[in-house]
Design a protein around this ligand. Structure first.
Ligand code: A3P
Length: 313
């Protein structure tokens, strides 16, 4: 059975109600120099996160907002279900007495870590944080991390629409204003190019697999297969096809009411590559090219993004 409403949906809906009565300037707060949404993150949660005990068999997804977090979450939770001999989609607890803790580490209140510590292995965990702000135990215990990255022009485009569709984030009257903020580190979860260069310092670690949004789009079956191999989850051809089918944009969008509540409408927008061409002016495009060149172009992650193919053509 497909999962019905869960803790995340309820939490987000309450946060949206709170955000609706807040002034635009109150929607973000700064923690250690990075902005986060006030209604879903808090300094107390960040503090409690520092002592969170990761396990070596945790399945961790790292992704900057709008890079495909929900897409890869779907793939990973299905793979975990398969590894536990469950049918993908039926694994969620339907018991209101035992609500599912929100898998995103920095979202929710500080009390979330207690129930999270009781979730049986392998746990699925996600985060939009830079590596230096993740709990140290993740690296100490060698938990495996799937890092998803997406070309920066599509990330900015997707983020712009998201800000205007979701009350939790400050909205923008114009794309130009958004672009200026995106380029000057005024986004929730910080500057994307800095995020990439921080993660690049970890790119050679054995317990980290990096995948791009564009390569999953290009060849979902191969991507799912490689992800399953990385996490040591054996898959039959039939199971592989099931995971690929359930994670297609069409099927996730169709199910989004059940899986993400009203949040689904904002989340599953176009699900494609190069939508940036509908927003970026030539000047903005050049500014991004220059910033990319300065921050990340020559690095391992920079090359993996195939910038010329996805951001210049
Ligand atoms: P667009 O706004 O470009 O459509 P995140 O989950 O990190 O917030 O990322 C959201 C982006 O991923 C949105 O991009 C969304 O449409 C896209 N997305 C979500 N599910 C997808 C899927 N199954 N296939 C492809 N793209 C998907």
């Amino acid at each position: 059975m497909e999962k019905s409403r869960n803790t995340s949906d309820d939490f987000i809906e309450k946060a949206i109600a709170a955000a609706n009565s807040m002034h635009r300037d109150e929607l973000l707060f700064s923690y250690k120099g990075i902005l986060y949404p006030t209604t879903i993150c808090s300094p107390e949660t960040f503090k409690a996160l520092e002592s969170f005990e990761a396990r070596s068999d945790d399945v961790i997804l790292a992704a900057y907002p709008k890079s495909g977090t929900n897409w890869l979450s779907q793939i990973l939770t299905d793979l975990i279900a398969i590894s536990q001999k469950k049918t993908p989609g039926s694994e969620r607890s339907m018991n209101p007495e035992e609500p599912e803790p929100i898998p995103n580490l920095e979202i929710g209140d500080a009390k979330k870590f207690e129930p999270l510590s009781k979730v049986p292995s392998p746990r699925f965990l996600a985060s939009h944080l830079r590596p230096e702000n993740l709990p140290k135990s993740i690296f100490k215990n060698n938990a495996k991390i799937l890092l998803v990255i997406r070309n920066p022009k599509d990330v900015a485009t997707s983020f712009y629409h998201f800000c205007n569709g979701l009350a939790l984030l400050p909205s923008y009257e114009t794309w130009d204003e958004f672009f200026t903020d995106f380029m000057t580190k005024k986004m929730a979860w910080g500057c994307y190019l800095e995020y990439l260069s921080e993660w690049n310092k970890y790119a050679d670690k054995e317990n980290i697999m990096t995948i791009t949004y564009e390569e999953v789009k290009e060849n979902p079956a191969l991507s799912v297969k490689n992800i399953a191999i990385f996490f040591g989850i054996p898959l039959t051809e039939e199971q592989l096809q099931l995971v690929v089918e359930r994670s297609s944009f069409q099927s996730m969008k169709k199910n989004s009411d059940k899986t993400h509540g009203s949040f689904g409408n904002v989340l599953f927008r176009k699900g494609g590559v190069s939508d940036w061409k509908n927003l970026f002016t030539e000047d903005q495009s050049e500014k991004m090219d220059k910033a990319f060149e300065e921050h990340i172009a020559g690095t391992k992650l920079g090359k993996k993004l195939k910038y010329d193919l996805y951001c210049k053509a």
